[in-house]
Design a protein around this ligand. Structure first.
Ligand code: PLP
Length: 375
């Protein structure tokens, strides 16, 4: 159906900064700079500076960033890795694809991993002296970070590697320390609809560890050291394209301004909708925690009835995920019972949240939500 307000409008965003994107395109094309060239290097430097790490390594996708991080950390068959029960499936698939076993843990009211439950799990395992858990992947969902001060303490106590799945939270921070700068690596996705989206798949890791950066640089290029031609292991083909890097570098310059706009939209939603008792809004007001609103995900007690009403009235919304990933039979994952994930899966609904949306469209979304609750 033709939506009156779309979830995102990449064409509109392109037209907003067309001059700079077109200039980047023509420069790359005219020079024939396609693979591992200056734009990639430049973007990596700018990304690392923005996140607050020494290094950034451009990869093919967020999945590759997770996969490469696990390999760099030496995670292998027999190891276990803690992942949230509510996340995009790639967080878990990366663990399975290095031969390790994911251990799922429920999330809290902010959609992020419940650290109380992580501690409980580790406590029980250590009493039975069966700690095979080697790493934890906290996911910073929707633009709001998991409680990293707490997870770093737990990780230290149990000697766990921390890999941050920051794919949804570029620009977010806790007390000014950026997402993706806490763990061994931060993993980034530049999937087109991310807060920093390319024009195809893309990703990166950020890290302060020179060995991890070097490992990823080699492994993304089939294990090859580009200066000497020496292969340092059986690697992969997962290098971020120079052309994508050129586009991403243009967009990265706008990110601080775009995040302000996202926060202003979130504030508008909050003012207009916070009196509705059946609607839970994603505002946590926790001191020092900065929300950048990659997504504006509300919880509606009316679940599908609410999201279907919005769609039928011309508002495109996302309901990720009605069916939790561990319930997909082919993935063969253990469902140890995740009540919060089960509850929120029935209720989640992400409202349009992007920088290309105009004020009239936001007012329209608000009017449809209010109309639903007046029924
Ligand atoms: C939380 C999370 N993890 C991992 C990924 C995987 O990123 P990609 O799609 O670039 O592989 C995504 C994005 O799709 C994501 O949102």
């Amino acid at each position: 159906m033709a939506y009156k307000v779309k979830f995102v409008e990449p064409g509109k965003l392109y037209r907003m900064i067309k001059g700079e994107l077109d200039a980047a395109y023509f420069e790359v094309m005219n020079n024939g700079d396609l693979v591992d060239r200056g734009h990639l290097k430049q973007f990596e430097e700018n990304l690392a500076a923005y996140v607050g790490t020494k290094y950034a390594v451009g990869l093919n996708s967020g999945y590759d960033a997770l996969h490469m991080s696990l390999r760099a950390a030496g995670i292998r068959p027999g190891d276990e890795v803690i992942v949230p029960a509510h996340t995009f499936v790639a967080t878990c698939s990366a663990v399975v694809n290095v031969g390790a076993t994911p251990v799922l843990v429920d999330v809290g009211k902010d959609f992020n991993i419940d650290f109380g439950k992580v501690e409980e799990l580790l406590e029980v395992r250590s009493q039975k002296s069966e700690i095979r858990i080697k790493a934890i992947i906290p996911v910073h969902l929707s633009g709001y970070m998991a409680d990293m001060p707490r997870i770093m303490k737990i990780a230290e106590k149990y000697n766990l590697v921390v890999i941050e799945d920051a794919c949804q939270s570029l620009g977010s921070s806790i007390y000014g320390k950026g997402a993706g700068s806490w763990g061994l690596t931060g993993c980034w996705s530049f999937y087109p609809f991310k807060i920093l989206g390319g024009y195809g798949d893309g990703g990166a890791i950020t890290t302060n560890d020179p060995d991890v950066a070097l490992f990823a640089r080699r492994m993304r290029y089939n294990g090859e050291d580009r200066d000497t031609g020496e292969y340092h292991g059986h690697g992969f083909t997962c290098l971020l394209d120079n052309l994508q890097a050129a586009f991403l570098d243009v967009k990265l310059r706008y990110l601080p301004e775009w995040i302000k706009r996202r926060k202003a939209i979130a504030e508008r939603y909050r003012k207009a909708l916070s009196d509705l008792p059946d609607l839970l809004l994603p505002h946590y007001d926790r001191e020092g925690f900065d929300h950048v609103y990659q997504n504006y995900t509300v919880r509606s007690r009316q679940g599908d009835e609410f999201s279907e009403y919005l769609k039928a009235n011309g508002v495109e919304v996302l309901t990720q995920f009605r069916k939790p990933y561990y319930r997909h039979e082919a993935l063969k994952l253990e469902d140890r019972g995740f009540p919060e994930t089960e509850a929120l899966s029935r209720e989640v609904c992400s409202l349009p949240m992007n920088v290309e949306i105009d004020d009239e469209e936001i007012e329209y979304v608000i009017s449809v939500v209010r109309k639903f609750y007046r029924k």
